[in-house]
Design a protein around this ligand. Structure first.
Ligand code: PLP
Length: 410
């Protein structure tokens, strides 16, 4: 019996059946400790946007660690890669003039955004605006704020009252958001958190006009619009750095992580639009935000993030994710006709889910796929997750479709 408690796992099953030890990775493939090769359908947990095994990123980390691995960024301390990364992120942020608050990962980014939304309204003279709204099906990480704002029932239950002054609306209804804001009172609502494409809830692309509708409503009601781009950011939406840019959302806050470093080092960020940062940046001293993490702006992680952005730019990977949008639809779309499959959700970048008719069988199918040379997992209520590295070729997507077809028949 091992000592590791795996996240999101039935440990009785892991104890009984053992672990799958991933030993190395290259591009869209990973190998286990016995040397078996698998096509990585999920790019780890939706993060390895540039693919595995890039020594360039290892070199960037090693070079920075040899100089100084990390230092504080509290007060006026900083390291050079952290400054450079913030400039670089501000340059690609969906809203010009954004400031960059760095974190250790996606859940940190969500907690940061939730606290900042409330704190902003205090500075703006409306301390009564404290209510934060999330959506059904939503996944915003597993800190307290993100758990409270989540909409996947099993993730939310069992903790008593999580965070007061939070509410949940239907995932696909502008009208329900409007009704909820009106019921609570717009003068009490601080922010609305929205994944442009629902990710862990099952890969649900936004219904037509939904994003434009909720964005407009937030503007009308003076509610901050927070785009959770932990999955959709850094190219996964295809053809743009962020879904917010692609869909013209102009969010007040953007939360991100994962593709920021492609998972080569843990790191997240919150991109803060001028309206929200202005009260905290003077000109008079005295208003400061007592918030931050030991590893906010971690130097080696920043160096890795910079190298990751270099790779995305140099290899045109935003366009490769757009290519995958087309290929996933062409190759996985037809699986919807197979017995046992209800639908294939795709059409928003390098993201798809194959929805099974019998949801409880998804975990078993995901596991069976390993013997067909694919690693993936169940997502949402009975979906098979597909969120490949942007370097996955069209032929490899074909291999993936063939493997799913064979595993379903087996
Ligand atoms: N937000 C979204 C949309 C996510 O998908 C995730 C993780 O999957 C998170 C937040 C939390 O990120 P992390 O697991 O890095 O804390």
């Amino acid at each position: 019996m091992g000592s590791l408690w795996h996240p999101f796992s039935d440990m009785a099953v892991v104890e009984r059946d053992g672990e799958l030890v991933i030993d190395r990775g290259e591009g869209a493939y990973v190998w286990d400790a016995d040397g078996n090769r698998y096509l990585d359908a999920t790019a780890g947990l939706w993060f390895a946007n540039i693919g595995h095994g890039r020594s360039e990123l290892a070199d960037a980390a090693a070079a920075q660690m040899r100089k100084v691995a990390a230092y504080s960024t509290f007060g006026d301390y900083v390291t050079a890669p952290t400054v450079e990364l913030a400039e670089r992120l501000a340059g690609i942020a969906p809203v010009p003039g954004s400031k960059v608050f760095l974190t250790s990962g996606g859940s940190d980014s969500i907690d940061t955004a939730a606290k900042l939304a409330r704190r902003y309204w205090v500075e703006a003279g409306h301390p009564e605006k404290t209510v934060i709204i999330g959506r059904q099906k939503a996944y915003h990480g597993m800190h307290y704020a993100g758990t409270a704002l989540g909409g996947i029932p099993g993730n939310v239950e069992g903790y008593g009252v999580l965070v007061p002054d939070t509410a949940t609306v239907e995932w696909d209804s502008v009208d329900d958001l409007r009704a909820t804001v009106e019921r609570v009172g717009p003068e009490r609502v601080a922010a609305f958190f929205c994944e442009p494409v629902v990710g862990a809830g099952g890969v649900y692309p936004p219904p037509p006009d939904y994003l434009a509708g909720v964005r407009k409503l937030c503007t009308e009601m003076d509610v901050l619009f927070v785009a959770d781009e932990v999955i959709t950011g850094f190219g996964r939406i295809g053809g743009a750095w962020f879904a917010s840019s692609k869909f013209g959302l102009e969010p007040d806050l953007v939360t991100c992580a994962k593709g920021l470093t492609s998972g080569y080092a843990p790191m997240g960020a919150v991109l803060v639009a001028p309206r929200v940062w202005e009260p905290f940046f003077g000109p008079q001293p005295g208003v400061w935000w007592r918030h931050g993490y030991t590893y906010s702006g971690h130097a080696a992680s920043s160096a890795v993030a910079l190298a990751n952005l270099d790779v995305i730019e140099r290899e045109g990977l935003l366009d490769e994710a757009a290519r995958l949008e087309t290929t996933l639809a062409a190759r996985l779309g037809p699986l919807a006709e197979l017995e046992g499959v209800v639908e294939v959700r795709c059409g928003t970048g390098a993201l798809a889910a194959v929805q099974l008719a019998d949801p409880p069988t998804a975990m078993a199918l995901a596991k069976r796929l390993r013997s067909f040379g694919v690693v993936t997992r169940a997502v949402g209520a009975g979906g098979i997750q597909v969120s490949p590295a942007f370097v996955m070729t069209d032929d490899q997507v074909g291999d993936l479709a063939d493997a799913i077809t064979a595993a379903l028949a087996a």
